[in-house]
Design a protein around this ligand. Structure first.
Ligand code: MG
Ligand code: ZN
Length: 193
């Protein structure tokens, strides 16, 4: 028995683990980045939990249903498995505060940058938040990290490079780490630990 809590890396989906292509309303639009399996495998091998957290408000907007999210995630898990990697869990928010119909039209506690997805995972997996990280390609991912009490790694894939070059001066907080992509972010996190 150990009294030590788990450390986790929370990972954004679109633009971070896979190509940012807008709403993914069909599995054929989902493409893992070629380095993602290696990045997740490194976390697996080093005893870190790897947990995906993603906003999928396309459900609230009526663009696709939750079965589509599950199909996309099955494809993602297949790709990761082929690279010897495994996500420990996936948490998504399908809500939107002002668009669509009930039950998805709701001012929930889990739409990033609110911390609900991370705090739910922290409870489920007994995670030590201050020693954990959130990796994402948007400033809102850094905000969710701050709101949840984890460190933030900003990646330049997806929307990252554009936000970094054109918007970072407007950010009220800077990320704890900036990396080219998910793999480099994971390598830096492991090196610091
Ligand atoms: Mg993203
Ligand atoms: Zn939500």
């Amino acid at each position: 028995m150990t009294l030590e809590k788990n450390r986790a890396v929370f990972i954004d989906r679109d633009g971070t683990i896979s190509e940012e292509v807008g709403y993914i309303n069909h599995v054929s639009r989902f493409n893992l980045f070629p380095y993602s399996a290696t990045a997740i495998r490194l976390l697996n091998e080093n005893g870190w939990l790897a947990i995906l957290t993603t906003n999928q408000a396309g459900v609230a907007r009526g663009y696709f249903d939750e079965a589509m999210i599950k199909a996309v995630h099955a494809r993602m898990n297949e790709g990761l498995q082929q690279g010897g990697a495994k996500l420990d869990s996936i948490y998504y928010c399908a809500h939107h505060p002002s668009l669509g119909d009930a039950p998805y039209r709701v001012d929930c506690d889990c739409r990033k940058p609110k911390p609900g997805l991370i705090s739910r995972a922290a409870h489920d997996f007994d995670i030590d938040l201050p020693s954990s990280w959130m990796i994402g390609d948007r400033y809102s991912d850094s905000e969710v990290a701050r709101n949840a009490g984890v460190k933030s790694a900003f990646v330049l894939s997806g929307y990252g490079r554009g936000e970094w070059e054109h918007q970072k001066d407007t950010w009220s907080h800077q990320p704890d780490l900036v990396a080219e992509n998910l793999l480099e972010a994971v390598e830096q996190i492991l090196a610091m630990a």
